[in-house]
Write a protein that binds this ligand. Structure first.
Ligand SMILES: C[S@@+](CC[C@H](N)C(=O)[O-])C[C@H]1O[C@@H](n2cnc3c(N)ncnc32)[C@H](O)[C@@H]1O
Length: 480
């Protein structure tokens, strides 16, 4: 069966990528629908799809991944009720929370249960909760509010006895009061405009939905979700989802080691203090350089000395030779021409780390984060600085932020593993070394997001080291 036309129609309709030409899911779904409709071949079924939005919906319902369970990533619900809601209530009298891609309802109902347990049922006079999904079948199940034991996979199900009643079939029926606290709507998140119910939102849960979308669809949906948020509204993604870089107006925030986004409508400016206005061709003399009696950039400036890439290459060349004085003179000359040159700022930060001038390194990293909030290199360098200062908490925070922005960054996982190991958090160290190993093998040693730190070993040696550490952690666990 030729699947491409079906792939295209599904992609166009809901943004899902089901494009692998031997996708068993897609052909199984098509056969299932053909049988139900008593059609003999796929051409007939395709014609039927073309003329029936209802049939597209039926097919889509068979193609979405609806995996979910109560209190999945419990910390997100905790942060919501402990921090976000009290904070919003200081500013507003009513709060709207949305679960975008709610599946069979476990996510929005978990929130309702957590709210009721913490604040009592009156909280629903103030907080409204909405669940949205493209799949009509899961929405019907969500509205029905009856769940199998599989929905209670998370540890700690004390709430189940309180809010559910066991049915004769061995399922769990949600109490009417909690059920009534959540409203469900059909939505296609990949359409260009959201319905009014999905506007002016204070907190959006958008977790485990984007995995099967193309980059373009991911970006479109994130942009629309940002628009749907009120100012200072929060967007919560699952910790394994990659965030598309640099989405204007969404700022990464951290509470208790957990990350989410906040909508800020501010135009970012580089603080004057960190990047002084410099006249063109005037070579700055930073105090660090003065202290080290480093000569300023070669004078007079020739044409090539005004060429940014030439200046950078020379700066890098001298940095590699560990001739930091010369390297700085080129980099500072470059930064005089282009104060916002991120590569040069990061290279300066790396050199300062090598020179153990940690305050200076921090300042350069701050410059970069002010220019490009999602810059992984500056975040990794900030983590390295914090680690050198024995500031465990900040180091973990920086590396965690990198692993959140780009879950495949093995360097961040490696540093996290080392830190957890130091703190005797064996489980954490084991998890992070496993992730470091997995992503190292997938993306290769070159993709480490630290451009200027030379590596002492090759991929094979590094993988061997991670495996060795994993083995000793396993032995330590057995001894405990
Ligand atoms: C894996 S479930 C995640 C459920 C819940 N958010 C969680 O984290 O447990 C993903 C849900 O996203 C829904 N979904 C997929 N594409 C969608 C779209 N274009 N618009 C709305 N919902 C969509 C699917 O139907 C599915 O129920």
């Amino acid at each position: 069966m030729e699947l491409t036309p079906f792939v295209n129609i599904i992609n166009k309709n809901c943004g899902l990528i089901v494009e692998s030409n031997n996708s068993p899911n897609l052909s199984a779904a098509i056969y299932k629908r053909m049988t139900t409709k008593h059609l003999e071949n796929s051409e007939q079924y395709f014609n039927c799809l073309l003329n029936s939005p209802e049939e597209i919906q039926n097919l889509t319902d068979l193609l979405t991944n609806n995996e979910t369970y109560f209190f999945r990533e419990r910390s997100h619900f905790q942060i919501c009720i402990d921090h976000l809601i009290p904070d919003i209530l200081k500013r507003k009298k009513a709060i709207k929370i949305v679960s975008a891609g709610c599946s069979t309802g476990e996510e929005p109902y978990s929130l309702a249960i957590a709210l009721a347990d913490r604040y009592g049922m009156d909280i629903f006079d103030t907080v409204s909760i909405f669940g949205f999904d493209i799949n009509q079948t899961v929405l019907r199940a969500a509205k029905n509010g009856e769940f199998r034991s599989n929905s209670f996979r998370d540890d700690g199900t004390a709430y189940r006895g309180k809010h559910f009643q066991k049915t004769e079939q061995g399922n769990y029926k949600l109490n009417l009061l909690i059920k009534g606290a959540v409203q469900f709507f059909h939505v296609n998140l990949s359409q260009s405009h959201f319905p009014k119910e999905l506007c002016n939102v204070d907190i959006i849960f958008y977790r485990n939905v984007s995995i099967y979308f193309s980059q373009q669809t991911k970006k479109l949906i994130l942009n629309n979700l940002r628009k749907a948020l009120n100012d200072n509204g929060h967007l919560i993604l699952s910790s394994t989802e990659t965030f598309s870089h640099g989405l204007e107006g969404l700022v990464l925030e951290e509470i208790d080691g957990h990350f989410f986004y906040i909508k800020k409508n501010v135009v970012k400016q580089i603080p004057q203090k960190t990047l002084p206005k410099i006249k063109r061709n005037e070579v700055p003399r930073s105090s660090a350089l003065e202290n080290r009696k480093i000569p300023t950039a070669p004078k007079p400036l020739f044409d090539k000395d005004k060429n940014p890439s030439y200046l950078f290459e020379r700066g890098l060349e001298y940095a590699i030779k560990k001739n930091y004085e010369k390297s700085f003179s080129y980099l500072e000359a470059l930064l005089a021409l282009e104060p916002a040159n991120i590569e040069a700022q990061n290279l300066c930060a790396t050199i300062y780390i090598n020179l153990q001038q940690l305050e200076k390194a921090k300042e350069r990293c701050q410059n970069v984060v002010a220019l490009d909030e999602w810059n992984l290199e500056a975040r990794l360098l900030s983590g390295i600085v914090a680690r050198m200062e024995d500031n465990y908490k900040d180091a973990v925070k920086w590396f965690k932020s990198v692993s959140f922005i780009q879950p495949s960054c093995w360097t961040a996982h490696m540093y996290l593993a080392e830190l957890y190991n130091l703190e005797d958090d064996i489980k954490g160290a084991y998890r992070e070394y496993s992730l470091a190993l997995k992503h190292l093998m997938k993306s290769g040693v070159e993709k480490r997001n630290l451009s200027y730190f030379p590596l002492a070993c090759n991929q094979e040696q590094l993988a061997h080291l991670f495996e060795h550490n994993l083995e000793s952690l396993k032995q330590r666990t057995n001894k405990v």
